[in-house]
Design a protein around this ligand. Structure first.
Ligand SMILES: [Zn+2]
Length: 353
């Protein structure tokens, strides 16, 4: 038998003739008939250096190899015992994340490896883009392409924890690159200090940096609608999943949409549907000027980007179905209500049809 440990996410108790196992992640309680050999197995399997369970249990309780293997197999099936590789790896920074996913019934090491090998293109590293990049690096993404023309301003420090006073005046993408390189082993970050002004710019970067596994659109100039259309146009042509990150105003945060070419609605579909529902009617009026910067509140930025990061991990690893496809997701920081609006492909969309 290989090398196993008791799942670190369970609690083991005994009561009369029963061993009670509480699974923290699923909140289930399993009851096993009491057996002194089983109690020993669940005790020594907790130890960091437990490598030869069988000889310990066999010496103490006279258990045969066959019975031991049979018991171990049953415990593996219900998740009471897990492979040691699921709880410790060379990348110690992510040990606890492996334990988290493994304890929740997924393959922790496989999820980590997929994130480590993924390459993400982030367009726009303002409040949302910088925070989301930081979160993706924290969960194990190592390869980034960052695109943004701006330098760090003192007013950015209320919502971007990577920026410090000494960074004011430096290009945002370079400050973020340094943060990632100092924090994440074997990271690789490419930077493009420029403004994107159409889907051709995105395709040019895609060709230079391929293969890209996912694009995140966090640009807001000239408008989030316009940049979303550029990104979906480039991505539909090159079949790249993309996430159109939302923004926030007052107490509402728009979390964004996951778009998967040939499977879901694109960013333009969302814009077309939302225009139809919009209470402001643009027809007949001419745009004179548009708000360029609004208020920002760190808890809202943090909440929105945490939800975005969890969604992107699903897209990159496939461990679970993404939730923000064909859906507009908004969160209200005041009531903590989550509003989901279904958005299907629009019959008049020229980007995804
Ligand atoms: Zn569309």
């Amino acid at each position: 038998m290989g090398d196993y440990v008791v799942n670190p996410y369970i609690e083991v108790r005994k009561n009369d003739n029963v061993i009670i196992v509480r699974m923290y992640s699923s909140r289930k309680e399993l009851k096993l008939t009491y057996d002194p050999a089983l109690e020993t197995l669940l005790s020594i399997g907790r130890q960091e250096d437990s490598t030869n369970w069988f000889s310990t249990i066999s010496d103490k309780h006279h258990v045969s190899q066959k019975d031991y293997e049979s018991a171990l197999h049953s415990l593996l099936e219900v998740g009471i015992v897990v492979p040691r590789s699921a709880t410790s790896n060379e990348n110690q920074m992510l040990n606890r994340q492996d334990v988290f996913f493994t304890g929740a019934g997924f393959n922790g090491p496989e999820i980590r490896e997929r994130l480590e090998h993924a390459k993400v293109l982030v367009l726009g590293t303002g409040g949302i883009g910088a925070s989301l990049t930081q979160q993706l690096a924290m969960v194990g993404v190592r390869n980034f392409v960052l695109v943004d023309p701006d330098t760090v301003d003192l007013t950015n420090l209320n919502r971007t924890s990577m920026f410090r006073k000494k960074d004011v005046g430096k290009p945002k993408i370079e400050v973020i690159r340094t943060w990632i390189e100092e924090r994440v082993d074997s990271s690789h970050v490419s930077t493009y200090r420029e403004s994107i002004s159409g889907s051709d710019d995105i395709v040019r970067i895609l060709k230079q940096e391929r293969p890209i596994d996912l694009i995140v659109d966090c640009m807001d100039q000239p408008s989030t609608e316009q940049t979303g259309i550029w990104v979906s146009t480039a991505c539909w042509e090159h079949k790249i999943p993309h996430f159109i990150a939302g923004g926030y105003n007052y107490h509402g945060g728009s979390v964004g949409q996951t778009c998967i070419p040939d499977e879901t609605a694109c960013s333009n579909c969302h814009t077309l549907w939302l225009k139809e529902k919009n209470k402001f009617q643009d027809s007949g009026s001419e745009l004179i000027s548009r708000a360029k910067s609004g208020g920002s509140y760190y808890p809202l930025v943090s909440l929105v980007t945490s939800m975005q990061c969890a969604e992107i991990v699903k897209v990159l690893t496939g461990y679970s179905q993404p939730l923000f496809t064909d859906t507009q997701v908004e969160i209200d920081i005041e009531s903590l209500e989550l509003k989901l609006t279904e958005i299907k492909r629009h019959k008049n969309c020229t980007v995804c049809h």
